[in-house]
Design a protein around this ligand. Structure first.
Ligand code: FE2
Length: 267
């Protein structure tokens, strides 16, 4: 059977049902506290995903990174973002290094952001590469949705409350309040937006690198970063280390200028 043929055999139906069950399982973990209220809606999301994969003639049992991008483009033809749908789609992609290695570019000193797809201007899909001990600043997401999936290794996501108004004023010093911390393993997905809070992401390992896949919608080129000790924030431009697997020369120049002063301005 050709890779892109519509799947109709009994065996495949069984596999598809298994995939559906797996998707349902994953969906039930997204909002466990709301399970009773969202069962019907979750059912619809799963069916919708299966329908999308089928419509695009994609193998529902082996979603590739290329397939994932294709389905995302289809989903984003609609202007409304359905968080559960994107979460479950990203969960259903199983990390395959052969598919994303060309985007995985590491830097010795800090983590890198590598653009994979611009999503027709509606979203940015990127791969972040975290060397041993690398971490981000505490940051917001400029009113965008942020999905993060671990492709390799583990990452710790630490969430914080927004600083209170008086902390935003220069002179007031009050440490930021941590809400939660969670270690995410390969293929796990998390979601955050500004109404949930702020976060910092860290590779806690000093012997292993990590790689993560991020989807931001809408795309943004600046965000706020926060000082954990004071709650003070500053605006920070976000840039790409590479674009479509090729080194971004603008970043190279910028790095030469800041060579002796490593600034954490990326999220
Ligand atoms: Fe983030």
């Amino acid at each position: 059977m050709e890779r892109n043929e519509v799947l109709i055999s009994e065996d495949v139906r069984k596999i598809t049902n298994t995939t559906t069950d797996a998707l349902k399982m994953r969906l039930s973990k997204i909002h466990p506290n709301e399970k009773a209220e969202t069962d019907d809606r979750q059912e619809i999301k799963v069916e919708r995903l299966i329908e999308l994969l089928s419509c695009l003639k994609l193998d529902q049992t082996r979603l590739t990174l290329k397939d994932l991008i294709m389905v995302l483009h289809k989903i984003f033809e609609n202007d409304r973002v359905n968080i559960e749908e994107i979460h479950s789609l990203m969960s259903s992609y199983k990390s395959n290094p052969a598919e994303w290695l060309k985007y995985a570019k590491f830097d010795r000193y800090r983590y890198t952001r590598n653009l994979v797809d611009e999503g027709n201007g509606k979203f940015n899909l990127m791969i972040l590469c975290w060397g041993e001990g690398h971490g981000s600043s505490i940051h917001d997401h400029a009113n965008a949705h942020c999905f993060m999936k671990i492709l390799a290794g583990t990452l710790c996501e630490i969430r914080f409350e927004w600083p209170k108004d008086d902390q935003k004023t220069e002179g007031e010093i009050s440490p930021m309040k941590e809400i939660s911390r969670k270690v995410l393993h390969t293929d796990e997905v998390c979601y955050i937006n500004d109404s949930i809070g702020l976060h910092r992401v860290e590779n806690l390992s000093y012997s292993n690198c990590s790689v993560s896949l991020h989807l931001y919608c809408p795309p943004f080129n600046a965000c706020k970063i926060f000082d954990e000790r004071t709650g003070h924030s500053s605006k920070s431009k976000v840039t790409f280390w590479s674009i479509h697997g090729e080194r971004d020369k603008n970043v190279s120049i910028s790095r030469m200028i800041t060579k002796n002063k490593l600034v954490c301005d990326l999220n």
